[in-house]
Design a binder for this molecule. Structure first.
Ligand code: ATR
Length: 287
């Protein structure tokens, strides 16, 4: 824990519940390593209290805060300025008090792309197959389109949700997205395959959203799940020789982008990753 003084500024995370959040240990490790006069605190805020909490945080002089379930949508109506990423995804995961203005941003999608770039995968020009059409799929696919992917196939169990997401993506760039069934054939042709569904997440670790049969030799496969660290889907992708990435990188980089927004300081992502990985392993052993 960083030392707390009379001068210490506060950042934090709100959720309901919030006890499962990995953000406090991740951010406090960075604050300590950089010797900043800051502390990162969890706040459990019920949905009905959200507006009061935001007003209170501003009055109390917080620099800003992260938001997790169920507050990401509700915050959009409470901020003065929403970044394009927040507006388009309809969610806010990072609030920054900037003078009189309350700025809402969504760093989930940009964090996903930054995680890939840090691992050596530039997304521009790639043909993507993305599994899922929920909130995470929206954030990730919008960021991929903004970063210049060639095409996105949205494959989802419920076709109507995939169609809605395809419409949103095609409003950003005509013709960039198509919907399709959860079919391994499409994944076999992709440069980048991303699972954003919850299938395979603990405790249902024996399930996979799609059984990969073949992949391009240079394909990248990302599962945004981080518990377990290696899902069955990702294990299969590794077996087929793909470059693999789990959800840790997205979590680290969305946090890094939030940290930079509040402090203007580039956080050491290797420290964030180590803390996260250690904490995930500790919790896996405890359960
Ligand atoms: P998140 O915000 O984490 O994306 P979400 O909005 O509830 O969560 O979306 C969950 C995604 O996982 C959806 O794409 C969902 O598919 P449906 O739109 O058909 O519900 C997908 N998903 C969840 N359970 C699934 C299952 N058993 N089989 C296939 N897809 C599943």
């Amino acid at each position: 824990m960083p030392a707390v003084w009379g001068t210490t500024r506060v950042i934090g995370v709100i959720g309901y519940p919030v006890r499962h959040s990995f953000s406090p240990p991740m951010h406090n490790a960075v604050i300590e390593a950089l010797g900043l006069d800051l502390v990162y605190v969890p706040f459990e805020v019920a949905p009905d209290d959200l507006a009061d909490a935001v007003r209170g945080f501003r009055a109390a002089g917080l620099l800003g805060f992260n938001a997790t379930i169920p507050h990401k949508e509700g915050l959009l109506t409470l901020v003065d300025v929403a970044t394009p990423a927040a507006r388009l995804t309809g969610t806010v995961n990072t609030v920054h008090f900037d003078g009189d203005r309350i700025i809402g941003d969504s760093t989930d999608g940009p964090g996903f792309v930054a995680g890939l770039a840090a691992a050596g995968c530039e997304v521009a020009g790639r043909r993507v197959v993305l599994l899922g059409a929920g909130g995470s799929a929206r954030a990730v696919s919008l960021a991929l389109v903004r970063h210049g992917v060639a095409a996105v196939h949205i494959l989802n169990r419920t076709a109507a949700r995939a169609d809605t997401l395809v419409e949103l993506l095609c409003r950003q760039r005509a013709g960039v997205a198509q919907a399709g069934p959860l079919d391994a054939g499409l994944a076999a042709e992709a440069d980048l395959v991303v699972n954003t569904t919850s299938v395979g997440m603990a405790p249902r670790v024996d399930e996979e959203p799609l059984h990969l049969e073949r992949l391009r030799p240079d394909a990248w496969v990302v599962d945004i799940i981080y518990n377990p660290l290696r899902t069955r889907f990702l294990a299969r992708a590794a077996e087929l020789g793909a470059h693999c990435l789990n959800g840790v990188d997205m979590l680290v980089h969305q946090g890094a982008l939030s940290f930079r927004r509040w402090t203007g300081v580039e956080p050491p992502v290797d420290i964030m990753r180590t803390v996260l990985q250690t904490e995930l392993e500790r919790r896996a052993q405890a359960s």
